[in-house]
Design a protein around this ligand. Structure first.
Ligand SMILES: *[C@@H]1O[C@H](CO)[C@@H](O)[C@H](O)[C@H]1NC(C)=O
Ligand SMILES: *[C@@H]1O[C@H](CO)[C@@H](O)[C@H](O)[C@H]1NC(C)=O
Ligand SMILES: *[C@@H]1O[C@H](CO)[C@@H](O)[C@H](O)[C@H]1NC(C)=O
Ligand SMILES: *[C@@H]1O[C@H](CO)[C@@H](O)[C@H](O)[C@H]1NC(C)=O
Ligand SMILES: *[C@@H]1O[C@H](CO)[C@@H](O)[C@H](O)[C@H]1NC(C)=O
Ligand SMILES: *[C@@H]1O[C@H](CO)[C@@H](O)[C@H](O)[C@H]1NC(C)=O
Ligand SMILES: *[C@@H]1O[C@H](CO)[C@@H](O)[C@H](O)[C@H]1NC(C)=O
Ligand SMILES: *[C@@H]1O[C@H](CO)[C@@H](O)[C@H](O)[C@H]1NC(C)=O
Ligand SMILES: *[C@@H]1O[C@H](CO)[C@@H](O)[C@H](O)[C@H]1NC(C)=O
Ligand SMILES: *[C@@H]1O[C@H](CO)[C@@H](O)[C@H](O)[C@H]1NC(C)=O
Ligand SMILES: *[C@@H]1O[C@H](CO)[C@@H](O)[C@H](O)[C@H]1NC(C)=O
Ligand SMILES: *[C@@H]1O[C@H](CO)[C@@H](O)[C@H](O)[C@H]1NC(C)=O
Length: 789
């Protein structure tokens, strides 16, 4: 009897545990049935014969009976979440992160009373947050980052007493941050960034005294600035309130955050002075306050920020001296202070910092010299000092910067010669920009064998002598601008091997000799902008040369979107080619950025002889052609009628004879025509574009008749400027009329007289990749979906 009872008991026990297991087994099979796609077959062993605890991604407790953890992270699953999860009563960890799961979060999950860790991030769950989940009293981590959740920020979550980590960032939550969010005692991590939140940031947030990380920026539009109570978050380590039109001043109470390591307030509308209290943040490593409207000087208290690794204050209205002490900070790697109003000199002690990698002081009013100690900064990859008032020589010590990638000293008052040794650096250096200085002497001749140079710009200096033949080692060179100097050399055919060369500017030098060459191997296949004007070139126009300009011939016949000419730097950032200038209609115009579809040939003001080759008519993508002020004879080739993109044609001051070919009337985009001072005869074509040209186009051709005598000088309204501007630079307005150069592309060519610096469109440099993966990478997918709306 006792035996029987025992047997019954055993049977009962085994049956009930088996029943329990089966029900969890069944629950998981139900979970699987909600998965519509499992391309990598991660769930293939979730079947009737495999024991529950051997299911991929499933972990059981020590008895082997109950599922305690399910981890389906990055399984590339599609489908929805099954309410049957509710039967897994022992579940503590549930991660379905990084899949393509959609639909609502089932309210049945509220039955998982043991759940501690719940990661739903990086999916497309939608709907509002189910209030029932406030029953998950053991929940410590809730990660909903990067989903499609809508509605107000959930208030119910404040009833989760053990919550430490709450990530609601990268969704479509609306409304404001509830003041009850200040009630959590244990919260260490709060992210609500990248939603559509508004209203005021509640001061109650200052009650989260355990908080270590706070993310509130990006896409939100909070009003009223940062509450002073932020200063009560004494455990805060990371504070990111970047990019959400934050106004007001930086509250001095931030100085109380003694554990703060990262302070990101960039891309806001913060005004006022840099609070001296910021200098008390002794743990600070990364401070980015760039892109605000901060004024005043860098406070002396900043001297204490000895652990700073990154300091970005660019694009503010800061003034005064750059504190000398910055040069001594031992950890500094990135210093970007460009586009402010700093005066005084570059810190002389910079050289003591061996770690500095990026040093950007462009667009300030700095004076004095470039201190030779920069040569001690052997980790430096970028030295950006353009648009200041620096004087003196380029220190030879720059040649010690063996990691240097970009050297930009454009628009200063530097004199002396270019250090000869700079050619040695060209195995790392990709950009040298010395445009608009007072540099003289010869160009260095020793560009190394595997030269990495992509652009070399020395326009508007006083350099003389020859163009270094060793530039031919720089196979990546695509921009060479040596205009406005005193170079005395023949045409550099040897550059023809550089098949990346896109822009060649030799303007206003003393180049001489023929450009025509019998060397058929020479081919400037990618060249699309060439300016030889104001030199002493002679001989016939180079027919071979024109025939090999494939970029201009075929151009964008492929109908690709024209793009700004840019270079990828070694670190993945983008360097836009800026501040190049060309002469159009007698004006020298500086281009803020240069489009690859900008096709120009300027051979003007030389001594070219002979006839204009007919083959020029094959350069179908040409936009500007200037052959003026030469000794060209013969007639205007009728093939010019094929230059269908031409907008500016200047053949003035030559010895051209014959009639104006009627074919020119095909040039529907022609806006500037100058045929003056030739020996042209016959009728001026009528109609179309020709109705817009004035007398000036034809003067000095006594044989022409039918002149548009009635036309005034300024008839430009007749040619609608289809030029599409999208910035609000007033300077550019008056230049508008000169072009419709890119009409037909519907794409803005910004003709600014301003701005010629490196733009980092990717904005935040590698810190985002290295130390700040969350924002850069985690937002990636979400940017796509969200920005396309
Ligand atoms: C269950 O999955 C295992 C492992 O993939 C497999 O060997 C077994 O054949 C499957 N059983 C059934 C009934 O599909
Ligand atoms: C749940 O996850 C946490 C952290 O990932 C881990 O420490 C813990 O052991 C897991 N618990 C179970 C039951 O798997
Ligand atoms: C996701 O899985 C794929 C393929 O197994 C892998 O290449 C990728 O690195 C994983 N992603 C993450 C974030 O773990
Ligand atoms: C959630 O999962 C993602 C993987 O997509 C991971 O990067 C993240 O750190 C997890 N969240 C938490 C709080 O552990
Ligand atoms: C959630 O997304 C699905 C399709 O992805 C859609 O049918 C449904 O209406 C959405 N629900 C909400 C609440 O937006
Ligand atoms: C997520 O939401 C965005 C914006 O509402 C929508 O365009 C997108 O289709 C949604 N994705 C899914 C999978 O529902
Ligand atoms: C929370 O903060 C508010 C405002 O800062 C304060 O008035 C309130 O007393 C605080 N509540 C608690 C529970 O500390
Ligand atoms: C700021 O956020 C906008 C979207 O609101 C985004 O397009 C832009 O790239 C962000 N800028 C920076 C500097 O983070
Ligand atoms: C919180 O911040 C406010 C404003 O700065 C301050 O008046 C108050 O004393 C602080 N509370 C605590 C507990 O530090
Ligand atoms: C500065 O950094 C060093 C090394 O990371 C650390 O030991 C030191 O405590 C930091 N100083 C302060 C004031 O936080
Ligand atoms: C630059 O380096 C030299 C030699 O290494 C050293 O003597 C000098 O003190 C350094 N200059 C600075 C400012 O650190
Ligand atoms: C550059 O390096 C050389 C050799 O390493 C050294 O002798 C010289 O002092 C350095 N120049 C400067 C200015 O640091």
């Amino acid at each position: 009897m006792r035996f029987l009872l025992l047997l019954l008991l055993i049977l009962h026990l085994s049956h009930s545990s088996a029943a329990g297991a089966i029900s969890e087994h069944r629950a998981l099979m139900a979970v699987k049935s909600y998965i519509t796609d499992d391309p990598r077959s991660y769930l293939s062993n979730w079947n009737a014969t495999t024991p529950l605890c051997s299911f991929t991604g499933v972990t059981c407790d020590y008895t082997g009976r109950h599922v305690t953890s399910i981890d389906l992270t990055n399984f590339t699953l599609s489908g929805t979440l099954s309410p049957s999860f509710a039967h897994l009563r022992f579940l503590q960890n549930l991660s379905v992160a990084a899949n393509q799961l959609s639909g609502p979060i089932p309210k049945e999950l509220s039955a998982l009373s043991d759940l501690r860790y719940h990661n739903l991030s990086n999916n497309v769950f939608n709907g509002s947050f189910p209030t029932q989940l406030s029953q998950l009293k053991n929940l410590q981590v809730l990660d909903l980052y990067n989903n499609n959740m809508t509605g107000e920020l959930p208030v119910s979550v404040t009833e989760l007493p053990n919550l430490r980590h709450l990530d609601l960032a990268g969704n479509y939550f609306t409304g404001h941050i509830p003041s009850s969010y200040g009630l959590w005692e244990h919260l260490e991590y709060l992210a609500v960034s990248g939603n559509e939140l508004g209203g005021k940031i509640p001061p109650e947030i200052g009650n989260l005294t355990k908080l270590q990380q706070l993310y509130i920026g990006y896409y939100n539009t909070f009003e009223g600035g940062l509450p002073r109570e932020i200063g009560n978050l004494s455990e805060l380590v990371i504070f990111d309130a970047a990019n959400f039109t934050l106004t007001g001043v930086i509250p001095p109470e931030i100085g109380k955050l003694q554990k703060l390591d990262t302070l990101f307030l960039y891309y806001n509308l913060l005004s006022g002075y840099l609070a001296a209290e910021l200098g008390t943040l002794k743990s600070l490593k990364y401070m980015d306050l760039s892109d605000n409207i901060l004024t005043g000087e860098i406070p002396e208290s900043f001297a204490e920020l000895r652990n700073l690794t990154l300091l970005q204050l660019f694009r503010n209205n800061l003034q005064g001296q750059i504190p000398e002490i910055i040069g001594e900070w031992p950890e500094l790697e990135v210093l970007q202070l460009w586009e402010n109003k700093f005066t005084g000199s570059i810190p002389q002690k910079l050289g003591s910092n061996k770690k500095l990698q990026m040093f950007g002081l462009s667009w300030n009013q700095l004076t004095g010299t470039i201190p030779p100690v920069v040569g001690n900064l052997t980790s430096l990859t970028h030295i950006l000092l353009s648009h200041n008032k620096l004087t003196g020589k380029i220190p030879a010590s720059v040649c010690n910067l063996s990691s240097l990638n970009v050297l930009d000293f454009m628009k200063n008052r530097l004199s002396g010669t270019i250090p000869y040794c700079i050619g040695n650096l060209s195995s790392s250096l990709s950009h040298i920009d010395l445009q608009d200085n007072n540099i003289h002497g010869k160009l260095p001749e020793n560009f190394v064998k595997h030269c990495k140079l992509q652009s070399f710009r020395i326009n508007n200096n006083h350099v003389e002598g020859l163009l270094p033949r060793s530039l031919g080692n720089c196979k990546d060179l695509h921009l060479l601008d040596v205009g406005k100097n005193k170079l005395h050399d023949t045409f550099p055919f040897w550059l023809g091997n550089l098949d990346q060369l896109q822009v060649l500017i030799l303007r206003s030098n003393r180049f001489y000799g023929q450009v025509n060459s019998s060397d058929i191997a020479v081919s400037f296949t990618h060249l699309h902008a060439i300016d030889l004007s104001h030199n002493n070139f002679s001989g016939y126009l180079p027919t071979n040369f024109f025939e090999n300009l494939h970029a201009i011939k075929e151009g964008d016949g492929k109908k690709v979107e024209p793009e700004y000419m840019k270079d990828e730097l070694a670190d993945g950032r983008v360097y836009y080619v800026q501040g190049l200038s060309f002469t159009i209609k007698g004006f020298e115009i500086e281009f803020q950025e240069l489009l690859t579809s900008w096709m120009v040939i300027d051979f003007s003001n030389n001594q070219f002889l002979g006839e204009i080759p007919k083959t020029l008519g094959e350069l179908h993508s040409l936009i500007v052609l200037n052959l003026s002020h030469n000794c060209l004879k013969g007639s205007i080739p009728s093939s010019f009628g094929d230059l269908s993109k031409l907008e500016s044609l200047d053949l003035s001051s030559n010895k051209l004879r014959g009639k104006i070919p009627m074919e020119l009337n095909n040039l529907g985009f022609l806006e500037v025509l100058n045929l003056s001072h030739n020996y042209l005869v016959g009728p001026i074509p009528q109609g179309k574009q020709f109705d817009t040209f004035t007398n000036d186009s034809y003067t000095g051709n006594l044989g022409l008749w039918g002149l548009p005598l009635s036309k005034g000088r300024d008839n430009d309204e007749k040619t609608p400027a289809k030029f599409d501007r999208d910035d609000d630079d007033d300077d550019a307005d008056e230049l508008n009329w000169k072009f419709s150069i890119l009409m037909g592309y519907g794409c803005g060519l910004v003709l600014g007289l301003s701005m010629g610096y490196i733009v980092f469109t990717t904005g935040k440099p590698w810190w985002f990749i290295r130390s700040y993966v969350r924002v850069q990478q985690r937002f990636a997918k979400w940017y796509r979906t969200k920005l396309l709306r």
